[in-house]
Design a protein around this ligand. Structure first.
Ligand code: SF4
Length: 459
C-alpha cells in the first residue's frame, strides 16, 4: 500500500495499492469503512442518478427535504420533450411524521402531484429515515397505482441497505417493473438496440445516436437519458443492449438477458480509441456487412478530423500528471487511455463503485508507481495527489473543492457538467478543457502569492 498512509484507519489499507510495490489484491465493491468520510454517494443518490433522466416521470422523494436537493438544475441531463423531471418533489418529513409514520403524507403527495401533472409514471424514492421508520412503500404505491390507474413504482433506496451500488440495483429493479410487458405474450423483436448507462449529459446520447444513425443502426431507447414512459416500455423488443456505464447498468442488462433474451456488450464512447472500438463492436455484434462498412467509414472520417486537433494539445500537455477519482470503473479505464492520447500519465486512480475485474484492467494499464484506491476519502486523495505531484484531478462535484484548495486543476466528469465528453466531439472537448485548466495562468499566480499547497509546477 500506500506505504505510510496516514493510517489511523487501518481497515483502509486493503483498499489501496501502489502498482509495482504491492502484490495484494485490491479490496473493492463492499461497504465503506466505519469512521471514514467516504467520497461515495448514498444508496438513494445511486438510484436517483439512474432514474432521474426519465423526462416525463414524477420523481417523488419520501424523506426529509434535504434529500430532494438533487434536481435537474445541478444535473446535466437534457430532454427533447417533457421537462417534468426537472422538479424534485419531496414529502418533507418532519419530527411528527418520524414518530407517527409518513404513509398518509406520502399518499396525499402522490394524489396531489398526479392530479396536477397528469403523469403516467411516478417513482417514489425511499431515503435513510424511511428505512428507519419502516413506511410500507410497496403498499402505499400499489394503492395509489390502483386509485389513479397509472404506474407508481417504489424505489427501495433507503440508506441502510448498502452503498451506492445498492442504489443502482434498486433503480434496476424499478426499471424492470416498468418495462415488464402487461401480458405474457411472445415479445416481437425488431432490429434495434437499447443504449444502457447514458444519461444524456449535455446531449451525449444524441451524439451517439447520430453515429448509430450513420451506421444504419436503429436506437430503440436509451436507459435513461432523454427517455420517457412509452419508449422505455418498448425496451424488451430490442435485439441487443449496449452498456456505457457498466457500474449502474450491468445488473439490469443481466436481468434483461435472462428475461427477454437480449444479449449485451460493454462499450465506451470516451476517447478516440474506445469510441472507434465501440462502434466496430456494435456493428460486429449486429453482424450486418453494411453496418461494418459504414462504421469503418465513420471512424476513418472522424479520426482524421479529430487527431490533428488532439495532436496540437498533446504537444502542450506532454509530461503532465493526472489523478482520477470517478464513479465507475469503466469510465476510469477509458480515462487512462484518453489521457494517453493527450500525452498525460495517470499517477493516481480510484472509483466509488469499481468492480474487481475493472480494477485488474486499470492495474494493467497504468505505470508502476501509480496509486490505485477504492472508495477513497478526502484525506487519502489529498495525500496521494501531493505525493505524486498531480497537476490535475478528474472527478465530480465532491472532488472539485478539494482540487481547488490544493491549487490543482480540475475537470468535472460527473452528471452535473454541461458540456459533452462522449464520442469524437467529446474527445476534442476533453483535450481542450484539460489544456485550458492545466495551463491556466492562475496556477502561476497562486504560486507567486504563495497560496498553493506545494504541488509542483503547473506551468
Ligand atoms: S438518503 Fe440518507 S444519505 Fe442520502 S441524501 Fe438522504 S439522508 Fe443523506
Amino acid at each position: 500500500m500506500a506505504e505510510d498512509l496516514a493510517g489511523s484507519i487501518t481497515e483502509r489499507d486493503e483498499f489501496i495499492v501502489t502498482k509495482g510495490k504491492n502484490k495484494k489484491q485490491l479490496k473493492c465493491d463492499t461497504d465503506s469503512s466505519a469512521g471514514c468520510v467516504s467520497q461515495r454517494a448514498c444508496v438513494y443518490c445511486g438510484a436517483r442518478v439512474v432514474l432521474n433522466p426519465i423526462t416525463d416521470a414524477i420523481h417523488l422523494v419520501h424523506g426529509p427535504i434535504g434529500c430532494a436537493t438533487y434536481t435537474w438544475d445541478i444535473r446535466g441531463s437534457l430532454s427533447s420533450g417533457a421537462e417534468l423531471y426537472r422538479n424534485s418533489f419531496s414529502t418533507d418529513l418532519k419530527e411528527q411524521d418520524i414518530i407517527f409514520g409518513g404513509a398518509k403524507k406520502l399518499a396525499a403527495a402522490i394524489d396531489g402531484l398526479v392530479n396536477k401533472y397528469q403523469a403516467k409514471l411516478v417513482f417514489v424514492y425511499s431515503t435513510c429515515i424511511v428505512g428507519v421508520i419502516g413506511d410500507d412503500l410497496e403498499a402505499i404505491c400499489s394503492a395509489a397505482s390502483r386509485r389513479h390507474n397509472i404506474e407508481v413504482i417504489p424505489v427501495e433506496s433507503s440508506g441502510f441497505i448498502g452503498n451506492k451500488s445498492a442504489g443502482y440495483r434498486a433503480a434496476g429493479d424499478a426499471l424492470l417493473r416498468l418495462i415488464k410487458p402487461s401480458a405474457p405474450a411472445v415479445i416481437e423483436k425488431n432490429n434495434s438496440i437499447n443504449y444502457l448507462g447514458d444519461f444524456n449529459l449535455a446531449g451525449e446520447a444524441w451524439i451517439i445516436q447520430n453515429y448509430l444513425r450513420q451506421m444504419g443502426v436503429e436506437l430503440n431507447v436509451t436507459f435513461t437519458g432523454d427517455s420517457h414512459y412509452t419508449a422505455l416500455k418498448s425496451a424488451p423488443k430490442a435485439k441487443l443492449n449496449i452498456i456505457q456505464c457498466a457500474g449502474s447498468m450491468i445488473y439490469l442488462a443481466g436481468k434483461m438477458e435472462e428475461l427477454y433474451q437480449i444479449p449485451y456488450i460493454q462499450i465506451s464512447f470516451l476517447g478516440i480509441e474506445d469510441t472507434a472500438t465501440s462502434l466496430r463492436n456494435i456493428a460486429a455484434a449486429l453482424g450486418e456487412e453494411s453496418m461494418i462498412v459504414k462504421a469503418e467509414e465513420l471512424i476513418a472520417k472522424e479520426t482524421a478530423r479529430v487527431e490533428d486537433i488532439i495532436k496540437g494539445y498533446r504537444t502542450k500537455l506532454e509530461g503532465k500528471k493526472a489523478a482520477i477519482f470517478v464513479g465507475g470503473g469503466f469510465k476510469a479505464i477509458s480515462l487512462i487511455k484518453q489521457f494517453r492520447e493527450i500525452g498525460i500519465d495517470v499517477v493516481m486512480i480510484g472509483t466509488q463503485t469499481g468492480r474487481k475485474e475493472e480494477y485488474e484492467i486499470m492495474n494493467e494499464l497504468v505505470d508502476d508507481g501509480t496509486v490505485i484506491l477504492d472508495d477513497a476519502n478526502p484525506a487519502e486523495l489529498e495525500k496521494f495527489m501531493m505525493e505524486k505531484g498531480a497537476n490535475l484531478l478528474v472527478g465530480g462535484v465532491k472532488e472539485r473543492p478539494l482540487a481547488y484548495k490544493l491549487g490543482i486543476a480540475f475537470i468535472d466528469h460527473n452528471h452535473d457538467r454541461k458540456h459533452p465528453l462522449s464520442g469524437f466531439e467529446g474527445a476534442i472537448n476533453f483535450a481542450e478543457e484539460v489544456y485550458s485548466t492545466v495551463c491556466s495562468p492562475v496556477w502561476k499566480s497562486l504560486n507567486a502569492l504563495g497560496m498553493k499547497s506545494g504541488v509542483a509546477n503547473h506551468g
